[in-house]
Ligand binder design. Structure first.
Ligand SMILES: *Cc1c(COP(=O)(O)O)cnc(C)c1O
Length: 421
């Protein structure tokens, strides 16, 4: 035989294009809107598409734009930790205010600044996250305190927060804010977090960078906390190549965010600045792309959820294999399909599996390495850590892009079967 390459349908050949974890998924609307922006000559970090994108995103976060419920029911009566109606949202079904920004990280930075975080302050942050959540804290000279996850949602553990806040209060070390992250497209448990934080008046910032389109007891991701941040980076569920948004119910705060994001220019004919600002606004060209993407949000969420369901259906029974849970009352976007391999039972380690996928030109990645294990945050206080450490040690993210075909997904499933069965 001249070639060792197999050609059976289930055996991918080396000539197949690389399968990425979460590539952009563009359509004709995005192209048309981008050309419209281009032809209008609004080539600037302001313009009609920025204004429209902000209004359309606000409608999504208010819940007006219904995202279909394919999974868990919206409100589950008798659920373990049922929120008290919409009380934990900012305001029931109020349309929030939105500032379109150059990145999700910029949104987090502005959120912290608007809440008055300053040098020497502490900000509690989920340790199990992408570095941007904790990085933003350091931009203001504040110190992140890295809080472990709960196994139920993989997000910041509300019981741990409830247990540690009184101790922090006794030491005079209450945080100025708490950043909860909605990881892999699933909301944190805001009812329990709110209950823990409210007595100490610690404001919550929702890092919803990975969760646009998700719901928690019927309310959209981005509608929790004092302020919330979205990202439209190239790998997110919808993208503007790079971009972000800050969202909140306070018009005053969002107006200030827009001003700070435009170098804090005062309304004078000359350039007058009373405070130090940033260059954080979103380009009109990119906002046009974002508007096209937003129109497809519910179909993108449905596609990612369908990929997840198919992985589970095809692979669910393999020894030692389990999946990221979605508790009752939660509606995850399944931004990335995440699996866990129980070391005592699984036939392969996550790293062996990643390398096997890589050999077939399929991108897979470990789960986020917790911030308390990162050299950059070495000296930062950590509250717990065992849950996120275990997730990092035993997990893997699989290709989950909304444009992935079933033939492409077969390539992944085939490798997993060969190594885990
Ligand atoms: C992507 C991401 C960010 C940062 O967003 P950028 O737009 O890339 O700056 C923040 N937090 C989380 C959890 C993210 O996944």
């Amino acid at each position: 035989m001249l070639s060792t390459r197999t050609t059976t349908p289930n055996r991918p050949t080396a000539t197949m294009p690389r399968l990425y974890l979460s590539p952009p998924h563009m359509g004709p609307d995005e192209r048309a809107l981008l050309l419209d922006a281009f032809d209008s000559n609004w080539i600037a970090p302001l313009g009609p598409h920025v204004d429209a994108f902000e209004a359309e995103l606000a409608a999504v976060v208010s819940g007006d734009e219904a995202v279909p419920h394919v999974g868990a029911p919206a409100i589950v009566s008798g659920a373990d930790h049922e929120p008290h109606g919409d009380a934990e949202r900012r305001t029931a079904h109020a349309t929030p205010h939105v500032a379109a920004l150059s990145s999700g990280t910029a949104a987090l930075h502005l959120a912290l600044r608007l809440l008055g975080v300053s040098p020497g302050d502490r900000v509690w942050v989920s340790s199990f996250t992408f570095a941007a959540s904790a990085n933003a804290v350091t931009y203001l000279g504040a110190t992140p305190v890295l809080v472990d996850s709960e196994p139920r949602t993989w997000n910041i553990d509300p019981d741990l927060v409830a247990e540690e806040l009184p101790r922090a209060a006794q030491r005079g070390e209450l945080p100025k804010a708490l950043i909860a992250v909605d990881l892999y497209g699933q909301c944190a448990d805001y009812a329990r977090l709110q209950a823990a934080c409210a007595p100490y008046e610690v404001p919550i910032i929702e890092d919803a960078a990975e969760a646009l389109g998700a719901r928690y007891h019927g309310a959209p991701a981005g509608s929790f906390g004092a302020l919330s941040a979205f990202s439209f980076n190239g790998n997110k569920i919808i993208t503007t190549s790079g971009g972000g948004a800050l969202c909140g119910s306070s018009q005053e705060l969002i107006l200030r965010a827009r001003a700070l994001a435009s170098q804090a220019r005062e309304p004078f004919p000359h350039y007058e600045h009373r405070e130090v600002g940033y260059n954080y606004r979103l380009s009109n060209l990119l906002a046009a792309v974002g508007r096209g993407q937003l129109r497809q949000l519910s179909s993108r969420v449905a596609a990612r959820r369908a990929h997840f369901e198919r992985y589970v259906t095809e692979l669910g029974e393999l020894p030692g294999l389990s999946w990221m849970p979605e508790p009752e009352g939660y509606f995850s976007t399944r931004w990335l399909t995440c699996l866990l391999l129980e070391p005592s039972a699984a036939r392969a380690t996550p790293e062996a599996l990643r390398l096997a996928l890589e050999a077939e030109d399929i991108e897979a990645r470990p789960l986020w390495k917790p911030m308390h294990l990162q050299p950059a945050f070495q000296g930062c206080q950590a509250l717990g850590g065992a849950v996120s450490e275990r997730l990092f040690a035993t997990g893997l993210c699989l290709p989950s892009g909304s444009a992935m075909t079933s033939v492409e997904q077969d390539r992944v499933i085939d490798v997993l079967r060969r190594h885990l069965a």
